[in-house]
Ligand binder design. Structure first.
Ligand code: GDP
Ligand code: IMO
Ligand code: MG
Length: 443
């Protein structure tokens, strides 16, 4: 013990990568537990930018055991490419451990993801086209390939070939598309297996042993609550559960192995892809957020849609994840506005809704109810203590904390590690140890 979970509370891209990198100094192991290379986690250190899609965000610390858990789906080509890039910058990647039970993304899954999106026409979901939906569908249908299939070289090759041929029939007959060369794919995957085989492990056991020895294990969430397959804005969601509870199934630990659940939330809201977004500002305000926040998808490069902060979804995230603390990121992006709006409830017809609507159709029809707050109009990107923030910025944070009822323990004011305010009142930045389990907040 302890087990610490970090999850996104919005539609992804909340800055989880930065937060996990910061906390990793105090961790022994960082475990990804769901999703695939649809995720894009950015770490900025000493002016360098590192974008990770599959490798856990703790990788830059040599003492960390980075783990890809069984709930993750792995595109071996992407993973190996990422490992090679890390090797080039001097990061030792052979300490990475990958679950025997993680499922494998094939080029046929990616192709099918694209064909299905095109088939939906104007109703497309805006997926990342990384094969996420089709791979999780195969997992649920019990026809997927797993990392442990790589152990038997010849059988694996034949399984890959068979899986691609099966999807070829769907692609040609249903979508009228060209088939993939199943033999070529099988040969490429034989090569990937050679590279990845030594890294395979019983990662559930590794995590359990570390926890048993009293070491800190961080479980790294991808995406965010509103993209959760069950609890998000279905069908405009991803194909895995993003809630903290998914750690148990996706990493092979039990609910009692989890001690802290940290929800990462942007000081405003963004969304990539299609689907409802009540506080969206499809206007110059949204454009100003997009510009100042450099809101481009880390995986696909698409412009992120932007809007005002939404307390209804944060309260929903606090409830479903049982959050023990909050991290607020990108507060600096709001410095440009005279006044800020915060959505405190939704209005649907005559009704005012305080809770996230039970029916997805209702969510699409909701109008936000805003409270307005004064902005601070000054540069806060150099703030390292709470006292360095203008009173309006502190009031904004306090408003969020009070309305959600979960303590804010870290505020981020820029992409660099140093641009972080640990809310322990001590004023010393980068003391992660004090961040965890500190309850008496100065706000
Ligand atoms: P993730 O998917 O949750 O890990 O987030 P992404 O990495 O996809 O997107 C967050 C982006 O915001 C990255 O480019 C980060 O470098 C950047 N970022 C993180 N925290 C801050 C912050 O406090 N201020 C600013 N301006 N950028 C930040
Ligand atoms: P991180 O971990 C933001 C979105 C896609 C699309 C929907 C379904 O960086 O926060 P998928 O390819 O998963 O089937 O696409 O989910 N999406 C993300 N949006 N951040 C992510 O991950 C995302 N992963 C998937 O844009 O709307
Ligand atoms: Mg991202």
């Amino acid at each position: 013990m302890p087990g610490i979970v970090v999850v996104g509370t919005q539609w992804g891209d909340e800055g989880k990568g930065k937060v996990i990198d910061l906390l990793s100094d105090d961790m022994h192991m960082v475990v990804r537990f769901h999703g695939g290379n649809n995720a894009g986690h950015t770490i900025v250190y000493d002016g360098e930018t590192l974008k990770l899609h599959l490798v856990p965000s703790g990788i830059l610390y040599p003492h960390i055991v980075p783990v890809i858990g069984n709930g993750v789906i792995v595109n071996p080509a992407v993973l190996i490419h990422e490992m090679e890039n890390l090797t080039k910058i001097g990061v030792e990647v052979d300490r990475l451990r990958i679950s025997y039970n993680a499922h494998i993304i094939l080029p046929s899954h990616e192709a099918l993801d694209g064909l299905m999106e095109e088939g939906r026409g104007a109703g497309s979901l805006g997926t990342t086209r990384r094969g996420i939906g089709p791979t999780y569908a195969d997992k649920a249908s019990r026809v997927g390939l797993r990392m442990q299939d790589m152990l038997d070289t010849l059988a694996f090759r034949e399984k890959v070939r068979g899986a691609v041929e099966e999807k070829n029939r769907v692609m040609t007959c249903v979508y009228g598309a060209d088939p993939l060369d199943a033999g070529e794919v099988a040969e490429a995957y034989r090569g990937y297996a050679e590279r990845l085989r030594p890294l395979l492990a019983d990662t559930s056991l590794l995590a359990k042993r570390a926890l048993g020895e009293g070491k800190n294990v961080l479980f790294e969430g991808a995406q965010g609550l509103m993209l959760d397959l069950d609890h998000g804005t279905y069908p405009y969601v991803t194909s895995s559960n993003t809630v903290a509870g998914a750690v148990c199934a996706g990493a092979g630990v039990g609910p009692r192995d989890i001690d802290e659940i940290i929800g990462v939330t942007k000081a405003y809201v963004t969304r990539v892809g299609a689907g409802p977004f009540p506080t969206e500002q499809d206007n110059e305000i949204g454009e100003a957020m997009q510009e100042a926040g450099q809101e481009f998808g880390t995986t696909t490069g698409r412009k992120r849609r932007c809007g005002w902060f939404d307390l209804v979804i944060l309260r929903y995230a606090a409830r479903l994840n049982t959050l023990t603390s909050l991290v607020i990121t990108k507060l600096d992006v709001l410095s440009q506005f005279e006044a800020l709006k915060v959505c405190v409830a939704y209005r649907k017809g005559e009704e005012t809704l305080e809770e996230f609507p039970s029916l997805c159709g209702d969510f699409s029809d909701c109008e936000p109810v805003y409270e307005e707050m004064p902005g601070w109009k000054s540069d806060i990107s150099g703030a390292v203590r709470l006292e360095d923030l203008p009173v309006e910025a502190r009031d904004y944070l306090q408003f969020i904390q009070e309305r959600v009822g979960v303590p804010i323990k870290l505020v981020s004011v820029g992409p660099e590690r140093q641009q972080s305010i640990f809310m322990d009142g001590g004023g010393e930045p980068l003391r992660q140890g004090r961040f965890l389990f500190y309850d008496d907040l100065p706000l």
